[in-house]
Design a protein around this ligand. Structure first.
Ligand code: GAP
Length: 513
């Protein structure tokens, strides 16, 4: 087993064992690529959502939020292009009968080439020690350059074939690269076909009158169809944004990798409406702003990179992903798209209604352009969770498992632990919980020895443990233990709130953006 898959297996089992994520309908053996958030998971998810919402809506005078319905008029999806163009190229293996996304098979092949490059770099770093110049090695080593060139050529060809809808060439590429089925090892492939990812459903009771609907595959269209409603009622002037978080649904074929790619998931999207001609500048600004939002979490600059798209979606004139280093490699976490006036113009055509803005400075009406930022909440959850899961070897050789969440995102901020279950310690501990719970999620835990309770809270990612002992009864002080350093300090009970608050508030993250 590789180190990467080993780490990812730990992520999945820790998420279940500690009440973060459960497989959906597990007692019926689960439902593929559908998951439920458990008691701690929902708290982490809510905290991520709050961080995003505050960064978008609270910090920007010119961004407002909405919450549109999941069901939308079916013509919405004709206008948005999803009925005709929201497809994945699929290929079946004739031996295993397994279905794959053809582009993912090729991308996984390229990921293996990239892994070879990383191996070369690691080997060289070991060989040269402190004198190693990684940038120079990457730019000059013939083996690295050959791998790099090969990977780029393959991705370029894939991009061009998909762009031209040349599915025969995608199949030819798979055959030329001798890609075999991960399950059967066979290279017997069917032709590549397009498959629409939207889930259909029906509205209405009678079979004759029921209307065919789709579950929304993105939240963005709920914003576009409300553009004028919001602009008028909130009296917004361009540039302005509309933000929304909510469920989206896609009949994903390759629904693997836990909550990375789900069939029901949540998006956090913001459409920024701008005058035509200013999209390049706003696109650059939003790329920068969104990267700052990620970096403020302190998970490490080296975990992120931009990936500018060669193959653009049907609505975009520029697009970039913020990729994150998941346990299975760098993958898309968020998309920033310059969507032109595609969506609003198309809704104008299909509805016959004007979706325009009168610009008093230009003294003209026009359909605004849009720059969109779109991030999957579940994917962000996986980024935070997998990055935080750490195993440490302590002095004496014991290990501890810690979820080193950014403090502001941790499900519980403090755990109050009476040293023993008698002598009035539980009562004092309860009064501390009663006092702190108004400001942050606080838990009470009296079961097991205090050392085990510390380990339990570490494994849940709780930043602070407050231990109440006999001295607390005498002088109203407690021990405050910090999760990452395990440092313990004696603190007056009345100081607790201010000390904890200073370190766990979302405000401290927001100030860094
Ligand atoms: N409105 C634009 C849009 O939907 P997208 O790149 O298809 O663009 C945006 O999706 C984000 O939504 C992705 O970067 C990813 O974080 C998340 N996402 C997309 N499909 C997903 C899935 N099946 N499961 C979980 N998250 C998904």
């Amino acid at each position: 087993m590789t180190q990467q898959t080993d780490q990812f297996k730990k992520v999945i089992s820790h998420a279940k064992e500690y009440g973060f994520v459960f497989p959906s309908s597990e007692i019926y053996d689960g439902l593929s690529a559908v998951y439920d958030y458990a008691q701690n998971g929902v708290a982490l998810k809510n905290n991520i959502r709050e961080y995003w919402w505050k960064a978008m809506v609270q910090l920007h005078e010119n961004i407002v939020g909405i919450d549109a319905a999941i069901f939308m008029h079916p013509t919405t999806w004709k206008a948005s292009g999803h009925v005709d163009a929201f497809n994945d190229p699929l290929i079946d293996n004739k031996t295993s009968k397994k279905r794959y996304r053809a582009d993912v098979l090729v991308e996984e092949y390229v990921a293996k080439i990239e892994a070879k490059i990383e191996k070369e770099v690691q080997k060289a770093a070991k060989r040269f020690g402190a004198a190693f110049d990684e940038a120079q090695f990457r730019a000059t080593n013939p083996r690295v350059l050959a791998h790099q060139e090969n990977a780029e050529a393959i991705l370029k060809r894939l991009g061009q074939s998909l762009e031209k809808e040349d599915l025969a060439d995608v199949k030819a590429l798979i055959e030329e690269l001798e890609i075999s089925c991960p399950e059967s090892g066979s290279r017997e492939w069917t032709d590549v076909k397009q498959f629409n990812l939207m889930f259909g459903t029906k509205l209405g009771a009678s079979a004759d009158t029921a209307m065919d609907l789709y579950l929304r595959p993105e939240t963005a269209q709920g914003i576009f169809v409300n553009f004028l409603n919001v602009q008028k009622t909130a009296r917004m002037k361009l540039p302005f944004g509309i933000a929304q978080t909510g469920k989206a649904f896609r009949n994903e074929i390759v629904a693997r990798q836990f909550i990375f790619r789900m069939r029901e998931f949540e998006q956090m999207e913001m459409q920024f409406f701008i005058p035509p001609g200013t999209q390049k500048e706003w696109y650059a600004q939003w790329k920068e702003n969104r990267m700052k939002w990620h970096l403020a979490l302190g998970m490490g600059e080296e975990k992120y990179r931009f990936h500018d798209h060669e193959k653009l979606a049907h609505y975009a004139d520029a697009a970039s992903d913020i990729e994150f280093r998941f346990p299975f490699g760098f993958k898309e976490l968020e998309g920033i798209h310059s969507r032109t006036d595609f969506d609003l113009s198309s809704h104008e055509k299909f509805t016959g209604k004007k979706l325009q803005y009168f610009d008093p400075e230009r003294n003209e009406n026009y359909v605004p352009y849009v720059v969109e930022t779109s991030i999957g909440l579940d994917r962000m959850f996986l980024a935070v969770f997998s990055n935080s899961l750490t195993e440490e070897v302590l002095e004496g050789g014991a290990t501890r498992t810690v979820l080193k969440f950014p403090y502001a995102l941790a499900p519980n901020k403090a755990a109050v632990l009476p040293l023993v279950k008698k002598d009035g310690l539980p009562e004092l501990a309860r009064t501390i919980v009663e006092d702190l719970k108004w400001d942050f999620q606080t838990v009470y835990d009296e079961k097991d020895a205090v050392g085990r309770r510390y380990r339990r809270q570490d494994a849940l990612g709780t930043p602070f443990c407050i231990t109440v002992d006999h001295q607390s009864l005498k002088d109203q002080t407690v021990t405050l233990r910090e999760r990452d350093s395990m440092e313990q300090k004696r603190i007056a009970i009345q100081e607790l709130k201010a000390i904890i608050q200073a370190q766990v508030s979302i405000t401290s993250l927001l100030k860094q953006i």
